[in-house]
Design a protein. Structure first.
Length: 299
C-alpha cells in the first residue's frame, strides 16, 4: 500500500440498529415474547466509513448523531474502527434508529426513524474544507438530498472524486448527476433510476460517466463512457450472511480508487471485500479488514 493512505470522506447516515429475534413477527396490535436482542451501530454512511477505514483509507465521517446514548455509542464505534469524527455533528434529540424484527425463517420487518440524520442539512465551512482536501467523497441517500448535492458540488470544486451509492433509490436531480464521477447501484436501484423493468446500462451511462452495478453472488459489472464494459465475477465463498455486503464493497472501492488503482482492478478488489463480508454473520461487525480483503484477492 502507498505510504500515505488515501483520504476518504463519507457524508452520510449513522443509525443504531436494534435487532430483536422472535419465533414469528407480531401481528398489528399484538405483543409477543422474543428471543435474543442485539444492538449494533449501522446506517449506510457509518457502515461505509467503517468499511473504508478497515480497508486502509484515512476516513472522515460527516453526518449527525443525536444527543442520546445511541449517539455516544455510534461515535465510539466509528472511532474504534479508525474513523475520524472530528466534524460529526451532534444535534439535540434522537439518533437515527432502525427497529428490526427478524423471525426464525429470516423474514424481517424494519422501521427506520431518521432522527438526527434528517437534521444534517447544508454544509459548514469546515465540512466543505474536509471534502475539498480528500481524494474521494462517498455519499449514499439516507440523508437529505440537498446535503448530498452540496457535498457533491464541494467535491467538484475541490477536485475530489465523487462516488454516489444511490441507495435507497430516490429521484436524482440533474445538478447532482452532473457532479457524480462514479455511480454504484445494485440491480433494484439501477432499474428504479432508469425507470425500466430490465437493466439498462446505456441508460445509466447517459446520466453519469462511470457505473458499477453490484449483482450479489454474480459479482459486478463496470461500464464507462470511454467504452469499457466488463463483468467481474464474484469470489466464491461460503455465504453466512449477506448483510452489509454492499457497504463493504463500496467502502473498499473508494479506497482502491483513491489509491489510484485502475477502476477495473478497484472493482475486483471491492468484490473481494464484499465476499469477505458475506462469510461472516453480522452487519458493521462483519466488515472486512484490508488483510481479509487481500487474502481473498491474492489467493
Ligand atoms: P447490496 O447489498 O447493496 O444489494 P450486493 O448484494 O450486490 O449489494 O453485494 C455487493 C457485492 O458483494 C457484490 O457485487 C459481490 O462482489 C459481493 N457479494 C455479495 N454477495 C456475494 C456472494 N454470495 N458471494 C460472493 N460475493 C458476494
Amino acid at each position: 500500500m502507498a505510504s500515505s493512505p488515501p483520504r476518504i470522506v463519507v457524508a452520510g447516515s449513522a443509525n443504531m440498529d436494534l435487532v430483536g429475534l422472535a419465533e414469528r413477527l407480531p401481528l398489528p396490535g399484538e405483543t409477543i415474547l422474543g428471543d435474543d436482542f442485539v444492538m449494533t451501530p449501522g446506517g449506510k454512511g457509518a457502515n461505509q466509513a467503517i468499511a473504508a477505514a478497515r480497508a486502509g483509507g484515512a476516513c472522515t465521517m460527516l453526518g449527525a448523531i443525536g444527543s442520546d446514548a445511541f449517539g455516544v455509542t455510534i461515535k465510539a464505534r466509528l472511532n474504534a474502527s479508525g474513523v475520524d469524527t472530528e466534524c460529526l455533528r451532534t444535534s439535540y434529540g434522537s439518533s437515527g434508529v432502525a427497529v428490526i424484527m427478524v423471525d426464525r425463517a429470516g423474514e424481517n420487518s424494519i422501521m427506520v426513524s431518521p432522527g438526527a440524520n434528517s437534521t444534517f442539512a447544508g454544509l459548514s465551512a469546515a465540512e466543505t474544507a474536509v471534502i475539498a482536501e480528500s481524494d474521494v467523497l462517498l455519499c449514499q441517500q439516507e440523508i437529505p438530498g440537498e446535503t448530498v448535492l452540496a457535498a457533491a458540488q464541494a467535491a467538484r470544486e475541490g477536485g475530489t472524486r465523487m462516488i454516489l451509492n444511490a441507495a435507497p433509490a430516490r429521484e436524482l436531480p440533474p445538478e447532482l448527476l452532473e457532479a457524480v464521477d462514479l455511480l454504484v447501484v445494485n440491480e433494484v436501484e439501477a432499474m428504479a433510476i432508469t425507470g425500466s423493468e430490465r437493466l439498462d446500462m446505456p441508460g445509466l451511462l447517459a446520466l453519469v460517466p462511470r457505473v458499477v452495478l453490484t449483482m450479489g453472488g454474480s459479482g459486478s459489472w463496470y461500464a464507462d463512457r470511454d467504452g469499457r464494459d466488463e463483468r467481474i465475477p464474484a469470489f466464491r465463498v461460503a455465504v453466512a450472511d449477506t448483510t452489509a455486503a454492499g457497504d463493504a464493497f463500496t467502502g473498499a472501492l473508494a479506497v482502491a480508487w483513491g489509491e489510484g488503482r485502475d477502476l477495473l482492478d478497484a472493482v475486483r478488489w471491492a468484490n473481494a471485500a464484499g465476499a469477505a463480508c458475506v462469510r461472516k454473520v453480522g452487519a458493521s461487525n462483519s466488515l472486512p479488514s484490508r488483510a481479509d480483503i487481500d487474502a481473498l484477492y491474492y489467493a
